[in-house]
Design a protein around this ligand. Structure first.
Ligand code: CTP
Length: 475
């Protein structure tokens, strides 16, 4: 981590020079603050998406004047209620704000804003590591302004608020989630005083919009070891408020000496396994939610012990409700997660007896999501018994091998029926009627069962036979 007081080299983008010149001409001071400074000091190799600039004066005026020095079509977006302005520079969002003191209401995230000094502004920010500022002023260009020891906290990987945590979190409860997200993303520790304050203020998360909550959850899910974030969410009481379907999975029950695994901690292991395999956010959501149907379907009987019959079906329905509640996209993404949850046990069942027809059906039903489903099932192996672990891995390797064989031979993925409804109608002089569907389904079933090949001639002969059985006359 760079140790010196001056960090001119962080401010090499021409936009910083432009802001500096414009601020000088307006006779106001300006600083870069927040994530850009933090990530630079951490030497994070992340692409810069946004830069926050704080002006000791009118931030909107600064943004307007900066835009005038940029190409003609640079537009400034102004958010009057927040006193902020934003412009796009080479795909980077540059956000301007006038330094302020803020005080929040208990019922809303919208602060009452009063102009303030740089230190006031740093004080009202979420964490010391996000309150670090670099000067854009000609007299001390590149100097690090760090009144709260943010650099020391960055070095010791500590997340702590500049003010008393109770105030910072109660001012803006989203920050409780941000603390956990940063801890998961950067593998930092949240200071115990802050953790305690999160515990005490957890209920306040209720005033935060679902969209912002999901943004943070997505960032936790995108981190290298997402279980770290979810464990923190759980221990602070936030998870129960945001995703009660997950906390309902916690615990091991024992009846007559028979127990089941703790499905909450199992889920977190599956999630980490998935994160180690794939960057796909929706596969990670599927891993997180794959067992949520187990809480409402859990039963104990003397004959069968613990069962979770139909949990995949129940779970996939719950996924839809959960996405809807959190205002997440109800498009192909939710369908994908539902599909993985619904099919999550299929390859496991097949692995026990790998038959051609079961594999054909799996390929047909999973369609283009087959690889994702296999990845999910492989991530779902969490047994600590090395012998069993190897057995399950080997079984899936066998299923994969069989999938390859069946696919090359039978082409059932993206299955197009070899016989069309029109041909059935023509062959038996039919108007649209239920028999057409019956014949089409029977052909599909015969192909999947391996009774006939997936080709026109065999399907045509099969159609004639089926038509005869339905007492249809060939024309
Ligand atoms: N900030 C804050 N409280 C919030 C959100 C943001 O104090 N609830 C402040 C922090 O100083 C933060 C800065 O505003 O660094 C910019 O916020 P944002 O762009 O949302 O986050 P970054 O810290 O830049 O991090 P990331 O881009 O990873 O979200």
């Amino acid at each position: 981590m760079p140790n010196q007081k001056n960090h001119k080299q962080a401010l090499e983008l021409p936009i910083f020079k432009i802001i500096s010149q414009v601020a000088t001409s307006l006779q106001i001071d300006a600083y870069v603050i927040g994530g850009f400074v933090r990530d630079y000091l951490l030497q994070q190799q992340v692409p810069v998406k946004d830069i926050d600039v704080v002006a000791i004066g009118d931030g909107i005026e600064l943004a307007n004047q900066v835009a005038k020095s940029l190409p003609l079509n640079t537009k400034v977006q102004i958010f009057k209620t927040y006193g902020t302005a934003m412009l796009l520079y080479n795909g980077i969002a540059i956000e301007f704000v006038g330094a302020r003191k803020e005080s929040y209401q208990t019922t809303s995230r919208n602060p009452e804003v009063k102009p303030g000094s740089l230190e006031d502004d740093q004080n009202r920010r979420d964490f010391t590591m996000n309150a670090l500022a670099l000067s854009l002023n000609t007299s001390n260009y590149g100097d690090l302004i760090d009144p709260f020891n943010g650099l020391k906290d960055l070095k010791s990987k500590r997340i702590i608020t500049p003010l008393e945590p109770k105030i910072t979190f109660s001012d803006d409860p989203l920050r409780m989630l941000r603390a956990i997200r940063f801890a998961s993303q950067l593998q930092f520790k949240i200071d115990p005083i802050c953790l305690d304050a999160i515990n005490k203020n957890a209920e306040r998360i209720k005033i935060i919009t679902n969209e912002r909550i999901v943004d943070e959850l997505n960032k936790i899910l995108a981190s290298k070891k997402p279980s770290n974030g979810f464990k923190l969410l759980h221990h602070t009481g936030l998870l129960k408020l945001i995703l009660p379907e997950l906390t309902a999975l916690e615990g091991i029950e024992e009846v007559e000496g028979q127990s089941h695994k703790d499905n909450f901690y199992h889920t977190l292991e599956v999630l980490d396994n998935m994160a180690a395999t794939s960057d796909d956010l929706w596969l990670r959501w599927a891993a997180l939610l794959h067992d949520i149907g187990k809480a409402p379907t859990k039963k104990f009987s003397k004959t069968n012990g613990w069962t979770f019959h139909g949990h995949e079906f129940k779970g996939s329905k719950m996924v839809y409700q959960l996405f809807k509640r959190l205002k997440m996209p109800l498009n192909d993404k939710v369908k994908f997660v539902q599909k993985i949850v619904l099919m999550s046990s299929r390859p496991i069942v097949i692995a026990e007896a790998v038959t051609d027809s079961a594999v054909r059906r799996l390929i047909f039903d999973a369609g283009e999501d087959l690889e994702a489903l296999m990845l999910h099932c492989e991530a779902d192996i969490t047994t600590k018994n090395p012998r069993r672990f190897k057995k399950y891995r080997d079984n899936f390797a066998l299923v994969r091998q069989k999938i390859k064989e069946v696919e090359t031979r039978d082409h059932v993925r993206n299955f197009q029926p070899p016989i069309s409804g029109e041909l059935i109608m023509e062959t038996f002089s039919l108007k649209p009627c239920r028999e057409i569907g019956l014949i089409k389904d029977a052909i599909k079933e015969a192909i999947l069962e391996g009774k006939i090949k997936n080709d026109f001639d065999e399907a045509y002969q099969f159609m004639l036979k089926k038509g005869k059985a339905l007492r249809l006359k060939k024309t």
